[in-house]
Write a new protein. Structure first.
Length: 126
């Protein structure tokens, strides 16, 4: 299928890093990946059938997290043009909902990292 490529990653391999261009969304065909914040907070471990990388392409910003292959894994990489073709053909209300949710995911990740950083500071005072 055009616009979708299958790619294999080895355990420990970086799939993408913070500030990388956000031009793909990923579907986990098999294996698991770990999502980490800028300061190293583990935000999620995702497995077969789950998707990630959707925030950047939808809000058209660079990556805000790093994703690492937790195990050997196979991913379906959906390119930018395919994503936008699907969004362009979708109901505008649904596109608005998706964009709103993507923005909230980004905000939630920032708040989680801020809380984690503050907690680390307090723990270091003990």
């Amino acid at each position: 299928m055009s616009g979708i490529e299958t790619k294999n990653y080895k355990a420990g391999e970086i799939i993408y890093s913070i500030n990388d261009a956000a031009n793909k969304i990923y579907l986990i065909h098999n294996g698991t990946v770990r999502v980490k914040s800028k300061l190293g907070l583990n935000l999620a471990v995702l497995k077969e059938g789950e998707m990630f990388g959707e925030v950047g392409p939808i809000i058209e910003e660079t990556r805000t997290v790093t994703v690492i292959a937790e195990t050997n894994c196979t991913l379906k990489e959906i390119d930018h043009s395919t994503i936008h073709k699907k969004l362009d053909g979708a109901d505008p209300v649904l596109v608005g909902i998706i964009r709103g949710l993507a923005l909230r995911i980004g905000d939630a990740n920032k708040l989680a990292e801020q809380y984690w950083q503050e907690l680390s500071v307090y723990k270091s005072l003990e």
